[in-house]
Design a protein around this ligand. Sequence first.
Ligand code: FES
Length: 489
Amino acid sequence: MLIKVLSGSKIKEYDCGKGENLLSFLQGKGYAIAARCGGNGKCGKCRVRVIEGTFEGEKDGYVLSCLANVEGDAFVEVFETEGGGLTYTAPTRTETDGEEGYGVALDIGTTTLAFSLTDLKSGRELDKFGTLNRQGAYGADVLSRIAAADEGKGKQMQECVLAQTREAIARFAEKFAFKKLKRLAVCGNTTMLHLFLGKDVHGIGQYPFRAEFLDTVHLSGEELGLSAEEVVVLPSTSAYFGSDVVVGALTSRVEEGVNLLADIGTNGEMILHAHGKLYATSTAAGPCFEGANIECGTGGVAGAIDSVRERDGKIVCTVIGGGEATGICGAGLVDAIALMVRKGIVDETGAFTDGTNKFYISDKVYISQADVRAFQLAKSAICAGISVLLSTAGVPYDALKKLYVAGGLGFYLDKKNAVGVGLFPAALAGKIEAVGNTALAGARECLCRKESIKAAERIAREAEYIDLSASPEFMDAYIENMNFGEENA
Ligand code: FES
């Protein structure tokens, strides 16, 4: 079969086997198509426009590519999304060992892959970009990826990220005219690192939640089919506390006082330094801050609404990159819900008060009742996680110096609204500092300096992991935080 694909202004043609799934085919050709529900036909993010040809399930000229099989020649238009969360505030030059050559830091997020090309001698960042993790076709969160691996799809998922890494290295090599990368330093959550190395993730998904490896792994690029002399997979603390937060703690200098780093992505991971010790935990916040289970949700990408205000009785939004709003990202969602609470569109339990069950922020972008519910679960998990971690470590709110908020959400976030909707405890309002993508910045530090890898190994080893899922105090705080309090109004 001949498939023609339009993306932006570019048209390409491919041969495709009869009966192939359209989404898998397109992703296999490198199109960054979001598939947040893992191909279950629920999220609508994988929609393509049918210009020529027919597909079963086509409606008004569009079809969900995850449910469509190629049965004849066709011409489709795809809507690609580049990943967000790349605009970090950490310094773009890092200390080095003075080696010659190029290195790439890779942060494997469940939703987004972030790549940074760095000159190993000067430590200067030369280029960076983000793209959606193609494993998204196998599910939006870690647990669905583990389930997919249990069904024998681990190899395909490994190949997704390896192929994207090969493409990234090739893109940098072409732009900066080098032949082979000296080093690739990789961080991510523990499941992502296991899938990257083709390891079994079954133990991570089941009690007692055991990882196959946590320590730093050194291997040659050849072993993974990558054009790099060396690959370093950075160290993790536990099955649910990966090297992305370990190196994030390193780069944000959490240990320079009583500080807490909260990295909010598909999960909410936190690490606290107090009494000369490190305490770590994670909460299953769900992917709502990355837009995955929000009807008009999207990552922090071009076209996403990232702030919502009311001015003279009118709703005013800002859109990343300008232009028409195509969705709403986590930071926009925080603002929108804060506004809905203030205006009484939802009551303190989160229920719509006028029975419409939809609040339009722009012509096309709205917040639904289901979105508000997903948000409540997520914000409550983060807020309860922070308060229980502090109390378990015996740190009163006023003793905390800084609450660093990392991840794409952190960069765009309106702190007042975040406290207002109960995402963070009100007592910490003045201590919040957005630090952007600390995982990528930390991986760059380790890429350029062996001492930094040692420092990350020490943090990974010394952090005491506190399992909140077993904590009655967490459950109480989680339920208590679910509503919107009076301070939200
Ligand atoms: S509807 Fe196709 S991936 Fe969600």
